[in-house]
Design a protein around this ligand. Structure first.
Ligand code: CO
Length: 178
């Protein structure tokens, strides 16, 4: 089983806009498989390609008992409602904050068979989908907070990271996070 290495806040790849996938080949299928494995080991509910150092427009999402959703070149085609709830991120461990998201979205994505399909998702699953699509645009949940809140959490993050160097790490089983 291949575990991909996780990129943490500070790694420049997290700020890159990921590139459209033009062909679904064995390499892409293998990557998606490894992303699911890595996400499950980390006990996350979502993982984007740039979180494992790659700039493909691919993310995986799996919330509790719901069907997993593989996002390839995803596009949100419909949004409804606004809701605030707590979010975290596998790339910013131990940092959590309330983020406003659409309550329901319809996301269009390319399947591993190369077709386009739509998923109508709500609540926590919709939140995870929006969080992952943000990643593919180089956006982190911290960017969606007030400047004051962000500053406070970055201070906490620096304190937590004290003495640690490097922003690429092996995935360790952890508590639930995105
Ligand atoms: Co994240």
């Amino acid at each position: 089983m291949t575990q991909l290495k996780l990129h943490l806040l500070g790694s420049p790849v997290l700020r890159e806009r990921c590139e459209e996938v033009h062909a679904i080949d064995d390499g892409i299928r293998k990557l998606v498989d490894e992303m699911y494995q890595t996400m499950h080991t980390a006990k996350g509910v979502g993982l984007a390609a740039n979180q494992v150092g790659l700039t493909h427009r691919i993310a995986v999402v799996q919330v509790a008992d719901e069907e997993p959703i593989t996002l390839i070149n995803p596009a949100i085609v419909e949004r409804e409602g606004k809701v605030r709830d707590e979010e975290g991120c596998l790339s910013i461990p131990e940092i959590y904050a309330d983020v406003e998201r659409s309550q329901r979205v319809v996301v269009e994505t390319t399947t591993l068979e190369g077709a386009r399909e739509r998923h109508d998702v709500s609540d926590y699953l919709a939140r995870a989908v929006q969080h992952e699509i943000d990643h593919l645009d180089g956006i982190l949940f911290l960017d969606r907070l007030s400047p004051l809140k962000r500053k406070m959490l970055l201070k906490k993050w620096k304190k937590l990271r004290k003495g640690e160097t490097g922003y690429i790490k092996d995935v360790m089983p952890a508590r639930s996070s995105r």
